[in-house]
Design a protein around this ligand. Structure first.
Ligand code: AMP
Ligand code: TRP
Length: 336
């Protein structure tokens, strides 16, 4: 990696299938841009994906998801020549650091994290019945970041509480064992919140209101046909209200040059929702065309993908090994 002036970025995504428009606009495009100014380390966090496991079958699906997400990342422009791109479990030092950090992390901090409480509720479990691993989720996330000596972490607002814990863990570690790690800072992306096809909730795979980046043009058009528009526009002749219509919001991303036309034709009922959705499908398909082409090329060469991830793991591993040596020295755990 060349030395860039602004510091080192670390960020991660859990592998849970293919990425969608929300992931691209809300995170990935920003990650791609950051490569210009920072040293970037991007990690597919497969061990984090195990924290909410319910059965063995699900565990085996994670490996397939890792590949899908790697294809989406590379196709979107994460560049293995400029950034370290790797899979979390390929560098097992993170698990060593996770264990050591867990010794300086009060349980109370972890039990109070709102995301922990949300997860417990979502999984229909109790705080007593969820795994020990889930409670430690932010400790593993801290290990991710500081193992690679990153200082800047681009994330969405939902991750701010985890970053706060990361800073507290670092502070405590440094106080107990001497200054070792920089306190990592969250870099809040001005995440355009992308609403899903239900016109209401955040676009997400779990709500099935999403469009995959890797969808074909036909699938994209078909998915859009089911999308909600202005609920008060019942007849083709009714004027629409673009300001409450998510199709209009998506036009802002994918047909920015046509916005005035879309607005005027909708509010005067000179265009119907069916045509408006077809227009949006064209915009999405045009804008994602090059990404989809790159993705297909990469998918046709699985050995190339494997090489890229192995190379990323090797680079990450070199940094990780140094950090672990330093931590062991600090803790006085002798090196065999
Ligand atoms: P997830 O796998 O849902 O945690 O998402 C991975 C990244 O994509 C996170 O940084 C999210 O903030 C971002 N993201 C996911 N869904 C959306 C959405 N609908 N709108 C904007 N950003 C999103
Ligand atoms: N918890 C993050 C999420 O759910 C994923 C993640 C794991 C992460 N380790 C990280 C993000 C380190 C930033 C830095 O999206």
């Amino acid at each position: 990696m060349t030395t860039k002036t602004k510091g080192r970025i670390f960020s991660g995504m859990r592998p849970s299938g293919r990425l969608h428009l929300g992931n691209l606009l809300g995170a990935l495009e920003n990650w791609v841009a950051l490569q210009d100014d920072y040293e970037c380390v991007y990690c597919i966090v497969d061990v984090h994906a195990l924290t909410t496991l319910t059965d063995g079958h699900e565990a085996r699906e994670i490996a397939a998801s890792v590949n899908e997400i790697a294809l989406d990342w590379l196709a979107a422009g994460l560049d293995p020549e400029r950034s370290i791109i790797f899979v979390q479990s390929h560098v097992p030092e993170v698990m060593t650091l996770h264990t050591l950090l867990s010794m300086v992390t009060p349980l109370g901090w972890l039990m109070r994290v709102p995301t922990f409480k949300d997860r417990v509720r979502q999984m229909d479990e109790t705080e007593e019945s969820v795994s020990y691993g889930l409670v430690g989720y932010p400790v593993l996330q801290t290990a991710d970041i500081i193992l690679y000596k990153a200082d800047t972490v681009p994330v969405g607002a939902d991750q701010v509480a985890h970053l706060e814990i990361a800073r507290e863990i670092v502070r405590r570690f440094n106080n107990m064992f001497g200054p070792t790690f920089a306190e990592p800072r969250a870099k809040l992306t001005e995440t355009p919140l992308v609403i899903g096809l239900d016109g209401h909730n955040k676009m997400s795979k779990s709500m099935d209101n999403h469009i995959e980046l890797a969808a074909t043009p036909e699938e994209t058009a078909a998915r859009l046909k089911t999308a909600f528009t202005d609920p008060q526009r019942l007849r083709r002749t009714d004027p629409g209200r673009p300001d409450v219509c998510n199709i209009y919001s998506l036009h802002k991303f994918f047909n920015p040059d046509d916005l005035k036309t879309v607005y005027d034709e909708c509010t005067t009922a000179t265009r119907g929702c069916v045509d408006c959705k077809a227009h949006l499908a064209d915009g999405i398909n045009k804008s994602l065309g090059p990404l989809r082409e790159r993705r297909q090329d990469l998918a046709a060469h699985p050995e190339r993908l494997k090489e890229i991830l192995a190379d990323g793991a090797q680079k990450a591993s070199a940094i990780a090994k140094e950090t672990i040596l330093e931590v062991r020295e600090r803790l006085g755990i002798s090196i065999p």
